[in-house]
Ligand binder design. Structure first.
Ligand SMILES: [Zn+2]
Ligand SMILES: [Zn+2]
Length: 284
């Protein structure tokens, strides 16, 4: 599997400015694609990073897309109205998303994508998209089989700690695994459902939005710190940790300091840790 980060930012897109440069780590919100078994592709979340990803795949002539959504917060949906392939008649899109506990009846992501792409928020309504789009709800208690003729892909999920609910996913293909745990306030312990699901994973992608100082004032907001992510990864026995979902106010220089600091921690000697960078691909 190869994971490409099209968006690494949390909360809201953060274009680079003179005052707060962000181009080094990236200013677009969450979107990660996972390529597996040749030409297969799974897209995790549709933050603003999806716009550039869509242009790339459109130019390459790709006609089939599978999305997996973690939850319905804006920074994970807002790229979809700018996803060029969705406007093409010869494109097929499958969208998988969680059935969150306590959510009202109906497919949460289907409703959210229609709502954000409607008047008065957006001129071209969701029904005007010309691609064939199918929505599917995930039961977190059951593994999801997304295998194709060229290989097997199994997706497991678990609820994580985030206001309104959110799912983390474990993708397994060809003896390798990748866990995507964005928008989670880590609860590092051996009993944590995420730690159990991420046991022994080859790559854990984790939300380390805040500095330790910021987190003191934002407990319960549903995001972590690099140190909490590293503790969680160590409990899980993960082989590699990538931190993402950066705070919109964090400049490249602050993120660089945070990355150097976490790399110096004792746990990082056994468990390689780094920060995601928009546009970069990680082998798993
Ligand atoms: Zn988010
Ligand atoms: Zn969120």
């Amino acid at each position: 599997m190869k994971a490409t980060f099209w968006g690494t930012r949390g909360s809201i897109p953060s274009p680079s400015t003179e005052e707060t440069p962000t181009h080094g780590y990236g200013g677009d919100t969450t979107c990660v694609s996972v390529a597996w078994a040749g030409d297969n592709l799974l897209i995790l979340d549709a933050g603003s990073g999806l716009r550039q990803a869509g242009r790339h795949w459109h130019q390459a002539g790709r006609k089939s897309f599978t999305f997996l959504f973690t939850h319905a917060h804006w920074d994970h949906l807002q790229g979809f109205p700018f996803f060029a392939p969705a406007f093409c008649q010869d494109v097929t899109i499958h969208i998988y998303s969680p059935r969150l506990p306590g959510a009202p009846a109906g497919n949460l992501i289907e409703k959210a994508l229609h709502a954000q792409q409607s008047e008065p928020f957006f001129p071209a309504g969701f029904p005007q998209l010309r691609a064939r789009i199918a929505f599917h709800e995930i039961d977190p208690s059951q593994p999801l089989d997304l295998s194709s003729s060229s290989g097997n892909l199994t997706v497991r999920s678990t609820a994580v700690t985030h206001p309104g609910g959110c799912l983390a996913y474990r993708l397994e293909h060809d003896g390798k695994s990748l866990v995507f745990a964005t928008d989670n306030e880590p609860q590092p312990s051996a009993d944590s459902p995420l730690v159990k699901m991420a046991a022994g994973t080859d790559l854990l992608i984790c939300d380390g939005q805040y500095t330790e100082e910021e987190h003191k004032h934002r407990r319960g907001w549903g995001h972590g710190t690099p140190a909490l992510c590293l503790k969680e990864a160590a409990f899980a026995g993960a082989r590699r940790l990538i931190i993402t979902h950066f705070d919109p106010s964090h400049s490249d220089s602050l993120l660089g300091e945070m990355e150097e600091e976490i790399k110096r921690s004792p746990e990082a000697r056994k468990l390689p840790v780094s920060f995601a960078r928009q546009g970069k691909t990680i082998d798993c």
